[in-house]
Write a protein that binds this ligand. Structure first.
Ligand code: ADP
Ligand code: MG
Length: 341
């Protein structure tokens, strides 16, 4: 149970924005919708919230039809909390009145507002007006306002995009905690992979109006469905190769394929090498290290082979290498995902 999208299509005029979205957000989970700007994330959220009218497909909440072409209840009848990039608080209402806006009954409104002001760490700002708060505080209030009526679903559309990076990390953490505490099924839209990895129980990757992969951060990292997904959710080096009989031949060596890729079809592929999946070993006949950058989390080593072939390889911080050494690449644990070209 939870929120279910069944074959959702949506077009603005002749331009198709959603091309058959089928997706489940499980009850109480935080699902991140991750994709580039323009891929259709907001369109899907706005259909769910009732800000756009369904053209085709069905959205269900706990099995019941929430929205379909023949059923489009207005936003306030959907039991959904919404937060946008700029909190869109009511400027003429106090913070407390903003938070309590959707709660019926005076006593309940007062109680819920006080509770939420404490939960967002702003117990003393209830009497102030939104324009006296910082951007981060306004977003906290917007999340509190969305959760106040105790919605079954919380929809967050890039809520931290305009907040500076340190505060953004803190707000993500807080929002995750709040959503879990209230038990709302949450969809967080973001174009920021780091945000998705930090906040989500599961991530749905969206590309040009389609969902191309759904899974935990770990599943997407270890077993990406495409090179696009692989590079979206983690660092790595792409090495062109020719596969034959369980081996991948590259200009930087010939590697035995292991795990699920061992039986890969012969042909031209791109290998994806994660930083912890390769080490360098000294080899007098190997490739020359012509540059090294220490990033703190890894070393980015530029290898040169022959006159022209160059490879930027990201590896673990230890052991440290030096410019001028000659090395070969040694595969480590874990398969190197590969993608036919
Ligand atoms: P995202 O939120 O992932 O950035 P959107 O859902 O806003 O993507 O947009 C998806 C596609 O639909 C984009 O190509 C965008 O240009 C187009 N689009 C969005 N809103 C409108 C609109 N009101 N009229 C026409 N085209 C739109
Ligand atoms: Mg958007």
């Amino acid at each position: 149970m939870g929120l279910r999208f069944e074959n959702i299509h949506y077009s603005y005029g002749s331009e198709a924005a959603l091309k058959g979205i089928s997706l489940d957000a499980r009850k109480g989970e935080i699902l991140c919708l991750l994709g580039r700007s323009g891929c259709g994330k907001s369109t899907l959220l706005n259909l769910t919230a009732g800000l756009l009218t369904m053209q085709s497909g069905t959205i269900r909440l706990d099995g019941e039809v929430l929205a379909s072409p023949s059923r489009n209840p207005p936003p306030e009848k959907r039991n959904i909390g919404l937060v946008f990039q700029d909190g869109a608080l009511f400027p003429h209402l106090s913070v407390a009145d903003n938070i309590g806006f959707g709660v019926s009954g005076r006593a309940a409104r007062r109680r819920v507002t006080m509770e939420l002001l404490h939960q967002i760490g702003l117990p003393d700002v209830g009497g102030r007006y939104p324009n006296t708060l910082s951007g981060g505080q306004q977003q906290r209030v917007a999340v509190a306002r969305a959760l106040a009526p105790d919605p079954a679903i919380l929809l967050l559309d890039e809520p931290f995009a305009s907040i500076d990076v340190v505060l953004r990390r803190q707000l993500r953490e807080e929002t995750r905690r709040l959503a879990k505490r209230h038990g709302a099924t949450t969809i967080l839209v973001t174009h920021d992979p780091e945000e998705a990895l930090e906040v989500a129980d599961r991530i749905a990757v969206m590309e040009e109006g389609r969902i191309t992969q759904v899974g935990t951060a770990r599943e997407l990292y270890d077993d990406p469905a495409s090179l696009f997904v692989g590079l979206l959710v983690g660092n790595g080096t792409v090495l062109p190769a020719r596969v034959t009989d369980g081996y991948a031949e590259t200009s930087f060596g010939c590697f035995s394929l292991s795990g699920p890729t061992a039986g890969a079809d012969a042909g031209e592929v791109d290998l994806l090498i994660r930083p912890h999946c390769a080490v360098l070993e000294a080899d007098p006949d190997g490739s020359r290290i012509i540059d090294i950058r220490q990033t703190g989390r890894s070393q980015i080593v530029t290898l040169q082979r022959g006159g022209t072939d160059r490879l930027l390889l990201e590896i673990d911080v230890e052991p440290e290498w030096a410019v001028g050494q000659t090395v070969r690449i040694q595969p480590q644990d874990g398969p190197w995902p590969l993608f036919p070209r």
